[in-house]
Design a binder for this molecule. Structure first.
Ligand code: CO
Ligand code: CO
Length: 324
């Protein structure tokens, strides 16, 4: 049996369909919606949200991807933390999840799948989220993730279109898992700091953001910090300014970038935002800021105690993004 990541054509959220392409695909499918659908397809938010009554909204999302690490248990934990994250990114609390599995049953032992699922179970338990059944198919490329349903207070959502000029921007996890995962896939080197970051739930960050009065946030995944911030600023009608020196990175991220471990997804992220970006920093810095994350942190419009401020929001100027 080969290393688990060798079965993946892409890596983690970096195997997402590119952002611009996705928007073309769903164009024309949005529009006529019931007002109870508080968050739908329009601004590409993290999850769909439906209002049930005055106090309750249902939050629903799905996320799955190919192996990002060779350790099956870690991959399961990462995929689960990543799927749960979209509920936290809306200000919700996950209630129940079902597994989504693609498995090459002729090639990979089923004991390995048990390890993947065990990782998912452990993280769901940590999140106090039930796991029901799920769906599995025979697939030449292994895939794992979850569809997650949660609840939220409809008056206290973290939307991506509710950010306001004048607010600081907070980022709750360091960047760099994209380049480190890419290096791991190529060389087999293990990066425990990246694994620790990816398996960490965004629950505390979400609760702290709500507690601090935040109304706008998103999680940083496959489109990178620049891509997700661009979506948030565009949907909210503001300009986002990043102080590059204030952005935290995992140990080894800068070296991995210099050694060439940049994914195609990261380059596509940067190409996508470039027409809307004014930058005073070099390309290396921009590539790091566009690094496609897997199970990244929350990007919050507002200050969240305990987490670094990386920039701020302004009245919309001539560019949607600025990096200085
Ligand atoms: Co998301
Ligand atoms: Co997602």
């Amino acid at each position: 049996m080969n290393r688990l990541t060798s079965y993946a054509h892409g890596g983690g959220c970096a195997c997402k369909i590119p952002p611009g392409e996705l928007e073309e695909i769903v164009r024309g499918l949005t529009g006529v919606v019931d007002p109870a659908l508080l968050v739908g397809l329009d601004d590409g938010d993290d999850a769909a949200v439906v209002q049930i009554d005055e106090r309750t909204a249902v939050v629903t999302t799905a996320d799955f991807f190919t192996p990002v690490v060779d350790d099956a248990y870690d991959w399961g934990r990462i995929a689960a933390a990543n799927a749960l994250s979209d509920v936290y990114a809306m200000g919700g609390r996950p209630i129940v999840a079902v597994n989504l599995v693609g498995w090459p049953r002729d090639v990979l032992p089923k004991e390995l799948l048990t390890e993947v699922l065990r990782g998912g179970f452990d993280v769901a338990r940590e999140a106090a989220c039930h796991i029901g059944g799920g769906h599995s198919i025979d697939d030449p490329e292994p895939k794992y993730g979850m569809a997650v349903t949660g609840i939220a207070d409809p008056q206290r959502l973290l939307r991506n279109d509710a950010a306001q000029a004048g607010l600081p921007l907070t980022l709750t996890k360091p960047l760099g898992v994209g380049v480190l995962n890419n290096r791991h896939k190529s060389t087999g080197e293990v990066f425990p700091q990246a694994v620790a970051s990816m398996v960490a739930l965004n629950r505390e960050a979400s609760e702290a953001a709500l507690e601090a009065g935040a109304r706008a946030a998103t999680d940083v995944t496959g489109f990178g910090l620049l891509g997700h911030l661009y979506k948030l600023a565009r949907a909210s009608g503001v300009t986002a300014v990043i102080d590059a020196a204030a952005v935290p990175y995992l140990d080894g991220a800068r070296d991995a970038l210099r050694d060439g471990y940049v994914s195609g997804g990261t380059k596509r992220n940067l190409d996508w935002v470039l027409p809307h970006l004014r930058a005073d920093v070099d390309d290396e810095e921009l590539l790091l800021l566009a690094d496609a994350q897997t199970s990244g942190g929350l990007l919050v419009a507002g200050e969240v105690p305990g987490y670094p401020v990386i920039g701020h929001l302004e009245v919309r100027g001539d560019a949607i993004l600025r990096v200085r």
